[in-house]
Design a protein around this ligand. Sequence first.
Ligand code: CMP
Length: 139
Amino acid sequence: AIQRTFSIIKPDATERNLTGAVNAVIEKAGLRIIGQRRIQMTRAQAERFYDVHKERPFFGELVDFMTSGPVVVQVLEGENAVKAYRDVMGATNPADAEEGTIRKLYAKSIGENSVHGSDSEENAAIEIRQFFSEADIAG
Ligand code: CMP
Protein backbone atom coordinates (compact mmCIF):
# COMPACT_ATOMS: atom_id res chain seq x y z
CA ALA A 1 0.00 0.00 0.00
CA ILE A 2 1.04 3.61 -0.50
CA GLN A 3 2.38 4.94 2.81
CA ARG A 4 4.03 8.03 4.20
CA THR A 5 7.12 8.07 6.36
CA PHE A 6 9.05 10.80 8.15
CA SER A 7 12.71 11.50 7.43
CA ILE A 8 15.37 13.79 8.89
CA ILE A 9 18.61 14.63 7.10
CA LYS A 10 20.82 15.16 10.15
CA PRO A 11 23.42 17.88 10.91
CA ASP A 12 26.44 15.76 9.90
CA ALA A 13 24.96 15.53 6.38
CA THR A 14 23.79 19.16 6.01
CA GLU A 15 27.22 20.31 7.27
CA ARG A 16 28.92 18.38 4.42
CA ASN A 17 26.45 19.74 1.81
CA LEU A 18 24.97 16.27 1.23
CA THR A 19 21.27 17.22 1.14
CA GLY A 20 21.02 16.72 -2.61
CA ALA A 21 23.10 13.52 -2.55
CA VAL A 22 20.81 12.01 0.11
CA ASN A 23 17.71 13.13 -1.80
CA ALA A 24 19.06 11.49 -4.97
CA VAL A 25 19.31 8.13 -3.15
CA ILE A 26 15.78 8.60 -1.73
CA GLU A 27 14.31 9.38 -5.17
CA LYS A 28 16.24 6.59 -6.90
CA ALA A 29 14.62 4.20 -4.39
CA GLY A 30 11.22 5.26 -5.74
CA LEU A 31 10.22 7.41 -2.78
CA ARG A 32 8.65 10.81 -3.46
CA ILE A 33 9.62 13.82 -1.29
CA ILE A 34 6.15 15.32 -0.75
CA GLY A 35 7.12 17.69 2.09
CA GLN A 36 10.48 19.23 2.96
CA ARG A 37 11.71 22.00 5.23
CA ARG A 38 15.15 23.02 6.50
CA ILE A 39 15.11 24.01 10.19
CA GLN A 40 17.32 24.54 13.19
CA MET A 41 15.82 22.23 15.83
CA THR A 42 15.43 23.63 19.32
CA ARG A 43 16.38 21.50 22.33
CA ALA A 44 12.67 21.28 23.19
CA GLN A 45 11.85 19.92 19.71
CA ALA A 46 14.71 17.40 19.80
CA GLU A 47 13.86 16.23 23.34
CA ARG A 48 10.23 15.77 22.36
CA PHE A 49 11.10 13.97 19.14
CA TYR A 50 13.45 11.53 20.91
CA ASP A 51 11.36 11.18 24.10
CA VAL A 52 11.34 7.34 23.78
CA HIS A 53 15.14 7.40 24.20
CA LYS A 54 15.25 9.72 27.22
CA GLU A 55 16.51 7.03 29.62
CA ARG A 56 19.29 5.93 27.23
CA PRO A 57 22.90 6.84 28.10
CA PHE A 58 23.32 8.59 24.72
CA PHE A 59 20.22 10.82 25.05
CA GLY A 60 22.13 14.01 25.97
CA GLU A 61 24.64 13.47 23.18
CA LEU A 62 21.80 12.78 20.72
CA VAL A 63 20.00 16.04 21.60
CA ASP A 64 23.29 17.99 21.46
CA PHE A 65 24.00 16.56 18.00
CA MET A 66 20.52 17.08 16.56
CA THR A 67 20.62 20.75 17.63
CA SER A 68 24.24 21.32 16.51
CA GLY A 69 23.24 22.54 13.04
CA PRO A 70 20.43 22.63 10.51
CA VAL A 71 18.40 19.56 9.64
CA VAL A 72 16.04 18.86 6.74
CA VAL A 73 12.73 17.35 7.83
CA GLN A 74 10.85 15.46 5.13
CA VAL A 75 7.68 13.57 4.37
CA LEU A 76 8.30 10.67 1.98
CA GLU A 77 5.58 8.79 0.13
CA GLY A 78 5.64 5.51 -1.76
CA GLU A 79 4.83 1.82 -1.79
CA ASN A 80 5.55 0.47 1.73
CA ALA A 81 7.43 3.72 2.41
CA VAL A 82 8.30 2.94 6.05
CA LYS A 83 10.20 -0.25 5.20
CA ALA A 84 11.41 1.04 1.81
CA TYR A 85 13.09 4.00 3.51
CA ARG A 86 14.56 1.88 6.31
CA ASP A 87 16.03 -0.42 3.66
CA VAL A 88 17.63 2.44 1.73
CA MET A 89 18.91 4.14 4.94
CA GLY A 90 20.75 0.98 6.01
CA ALA A 91 21.63 -0.15 9.55
CA THR A 92 21.80 2.45 12.38
CA ASN A 93 25.52 1.77 12.72
CA PRO A 94 27.19 2.51 9.35
CA ALA A 95 29.69 -0.29 10.07
CA ASP A 96 26.77 -2.73 9.69
CA ALA A 97 25.07 -0.99 6.72
CA GLU A 98 24.76 -2.62 3.30
CA GLU A 99 26.54 -1.27 0.21
CA GLY A 100 24.63 1.48 -1.55
CA THR A 101 22.63 2.54 1.51
CA ILE A 102 22.64 6.17 2.68
CA ARG A 103 24.41 5.30 5.93
CA LYS A 104 27.05 3.14 4.22
CA LEU A 105 27.68 5.94 1.73
CA TYR A 106 27.63 8.93 4.08
CA ALA A 107 27.27 8.22 7.83
CA LYS A 108 30.23 8.98 10.10
CA SER A 109 29.25 6.91 13.17
CA ILE A 110 26.29 5.36 15.00
CA GLY A 111 25.46 8.81 16.42
CA GLU A 112 26.30 10.96 13.39
CA ASN A 113 24.44 8.66 11.02
CA SER A 114 23.15 11.19 8.46
CA VAL A 115 19.45 10.25 8.44
CA HIS A 116 16.47 9.26 10.57
CA GLY A 117 13.44 7.32 9.34
CA SER A 118 10.28 6.29 11.18
CA ASP A 119 10.17 2.70 12.48
CA SER A 120 6.41 2.15 11.97
CA GLU A 121 3.46 3.69 10.15
CA GLU A 122 1.98 4.73 13.50
CA ASN A 123 5.17 6.55 14.55
CA ALA A 124 5.46 8.07 11.08
CA ALA A 125 2.08 9.78 11.55
CA ILE A 126 3.12 11.09 14.98
CA GLU A 127 6.49 12.33 13.72
CA ILE A 128 5.03 13.98 10.59
CA ARG A 129 2.49 15.77 12.78
CA GLN A 130 5.27 17.18 14.99
CA PHE A 131 6.87 19.03 12.04
CA PHE A 132 4.28 19.44 9.26
CA SER A 133 0.78 20.69 8.72
CA GLU A 134 -1.17 19.12 5.82
CA ALA A 135 -0.95 22.48 3.99
CA ASP A 136 2.84 22.00 3.71
CA ILE A 137 2.56 18.51 2.17
CA ALA A 138 1.66 17.95 -1.48
CA GLY A 139 1.59 14.39 -2.80
P1 CMP B 1 17.64 7.53 14.89
O1 CMP B 1 16.99 6.63 13.91
O2 CMP B 1 17.55 8.99 14.63
O3 CMP B 1 17.00 7.23 16.33
C1 CMP B 1 17.71 7.27 17.53
C2 CMP B 1 19.14 7.65 17.33
O4 CMP B 1 19.98 7.45 18.42
C3 CMP B 1 19.72 6.79 16.25
O5 CMP B 1 19.19 7.16 15.00
C4 CMP B 1 21.21 7.01 16.44
O6 CMP B 1 21.71 8.06 15.65
C5 CMP B 1 21.29 7.38 17.90
N1 CMP B 1 22.04 6.36 18.61
C6 CMP B 1 21.71 5.06 18.72
N2 CMP B 1 22.65 4.42 19.43
C7 CMP B 1 23.58 5.36 19.77
C8 CMP B 1 24.77 5.30 20.50
N3 CMP B 1 25.22 4.16 21.03
N4 CMP B 1 25.46 6.45 20.64
C9 CMP B 1 25.00 7.60 20.11
N5 CMP B 1 23.86 7.70 19.41
C10 CMP B 1 23.16 6.59 19.23
